[in-house]
Design a binder for this molecule. Structure first.
Ligand code: WQD
Length: 343
């Protein structure tokens, strides 16, 4: 009998990479996904990579009855990794109620169903955006959180506050909130990767789509920041490194090693790269010239964000292994496979 884990949003970008790592660590995985921002094709791609076809249940987690029914069918689950959420910063500014409803109703229904079925381990997909504009760098988990700029980011901060209250109220429930910095890259197989809906918000998919001719040119949002080359600095982390951290977090909870009912860990590399660093590295890795233009700043962008990774190293025994070049080359391979597929 394998340890069973439910992965909500497991057909998505980070979710699918995490499902692969769970399977390769001999967990049985059940994916709950509403396919609103992903495709069921991901299930067969996971099957192709791992030789295992995870159980998939299409479910709208905003619907309490449907969520309860889905959990009822898998009450022998040991824990949940909760990725399911809308995550486009720009869209969240235009449609805040859709974001608060989707991201928070889903969370509340999952927690309630876990409570009903005595499933007491929970891993939350959070974001460095909860730190707002950091007053110290690198950012540690002790940095105060601030009101994030976007409704998307605020759903992550509110979710962590909900978890704080819920874990305090329950004798047995434990949770770990993983605060991602900037996930990029794709699985080495080239079979799965980021599938942004419409025009990408994020830098990496916009770069690869520009290089693939899907977009005309990359707009670089400002080069007048107080950084080495004027463009903002971020802590880019390979999605496979990120996925591996989730498996270690699950193991920490299952072995009841956590020290408090709710723990937070930054997931980054501890290195910061500017937008121009990423562009130059892309050009070097792909031996091509990228068409880009410097334009005005984007609202809400902060000059620098990079992680202290000491706590994840100490408590999860985790650190990121993959360098920026591999993040970029795997992103490019995935983009090219995607374009060939759609031909
Ligand atoms: C990175 C840098 C932009 C696009 C957000 C969320 C975070 C996480 C990742 C959601 C910035 C610049 C970007 C473009 C550009 N979660 N840029 N031209 O904003 O650091 O983080 O996404 O997935 O919670 O806040 O990531 O990739 O959007 O931007 O110049 O077309 O690239 O200004 O400096 P960000 P990003």
């Amino acid at each position: 009998m394998k340890n069973k884990i439910i992965v909500t949003g497991g057909c998505g970008y980070i979710g699918s990479h995490t499902v692969i790592e769970l399977i390769e660590n001999d967990f049985e995985v059940v994916i709950f996904d509403d396919l609103s921002n992903s495709t069921e094709k991901t299930i067969s791609r996971i099957h192709k990579i791992t030789g295992v076809k995870p159980t998939f249940i299409k479910v709208d987690l905003k619907n309490q009855e449907a969520t309860s029914k889905a959990f009822e069918a898998h009450k022998d689950t040991l824990g949940v990794i909760h990725f399911a959420a809308h995550k486009a910063v720009g869209e969240s500014v235009e449609k805040p109620l859709m974001y608060y409803k989707n991201n928070l109703y889903s969370l509340l229904n999952v927690l309630e169903s876990q409570n009903e079925n005595n499933i007491n381990n929970f891993i939350f997909s959070s974001s460095a955006t909860v730190y707002g504009t950091p007053n110290t760098l690198p950012i540690t988990e002790k940095n105060e959180t601030q009101r994030p700029f976007s409704p998307y980011g605020n759903t992550k901060k509110i979710a962590e506050e909900i978890l704080d209250d819920f874990t305090k109220s329950s004798q047995d429930f434990s949770a770990i909130s993983l605060r991602y910095f900037n996930p990029i890259g794709a699985h080495e197989s080239g079979e799965i990767g980021e599938l942004p809906n419409g025009i990408p918000n994020n830098l990496m998919p916009y770069i690869t789509q520009t290089a693939a001719g899907v977009r005309d040119k990359l707009m670089v949002y400002g080069n007048d920041y107080p950084t080495k080359d004027g463009t903002p600095i971020r802590d880019y982390i390979h999605v496979v490194d990120l996925a591996k951290a989730h498996v270690l977090a699950v193991k920490r909870l299952l072995k009841k090693e956590q020290e408090t009912a709710l723990e937070y860990f930054n997931l980054g590399t501890g290195l910061g790269y500017s937008v121009l660093d990423v562009i130059k590295t892309f050009e070097k890795v792909t031996e091509s010239k990228l068409n880009y233009e410097i334009t005005d700043r984007r609202d809400g962008d902060v000059p620098q964000l990079y992680a202290s990774t000491d706590l994840a190293k100490e408590k999860l025994g985790w650190s990121a292994d993959r360098a920026l070049e591999e993040m970029i080359s795997s992103s490019w391979t995935w983009e090219q496979n995607l374009r060939n597929e759609t031909k």
